[in-house]
Design a protein around this ligand. Structure first.
Ligand SMILES: [Zn+2]
Length: 143
């Protein structure tokens, strides 16, 4: 291998190890950084992006239920690790969509004490603001 290739390989391995170490450190971080942004992609109000932190739209700064929701996603990342969480979440989304995604349901249940105790009611009457498809509310009304 040429010296340039060896250097390149060294840098690649170094960066990979640094990223793995960063992921490991973040997985043990119970107080993730919150990034406030004027706008988020796909018009989201918030999004947890492991291993980096939680992104929140500035206008939602005081939305405690939303913050609690995102913290559950952070806990899911901590519980499962980056790869399992991202893979599991993506598979759930493919099979059950957003509203029926088990990771979203767990997060939604923990938004407020009310939702924790009355999950079905919480979804049905719109107390949770993280249900998007009206059909999902209707579906919950039938069960
Ligand atoms: Zn969510």
């Amino acid at each position: 291998m040429s010296p340039a290739n060896t250097l390149g390989l060294g840098i690649s391995i170094g960066c990979s190890l640094a990223f793995i170490y960063y992921c490991w450190k973040q997985r043990h971080n119970n107080d993730p950084q919150i990034f406030y942004r004027e706008k988020l992609a796909n018009n989201n109000n918030a999004r947890t992006v492991p291993p980096f932190g939680i992104f929140v739209k500035e206008s939602e700064k005081d939305n405690l239920a939303l913050l609690k929701h995102e913290m559950i996603h952070w806990r899911q990342f901590q519980r499962e690790g980056l790869l399992k969480f991202v893979f599991g979440y993506t598979m759930e989304a493919a099979v059950n969509g957003y509203d029926g995604n088990k990771y979203e349901i767990e997060a939604r249940e923990n938004e407020t004490d009310y939702c924790k105790e009355n999950y079905t009611e919480c979804v049905r009457n719109g107390r949770s603001n993280t249900v998007f498809n009206p059909e999902f509310r209707n579906f919950m009304s039938q069960t």
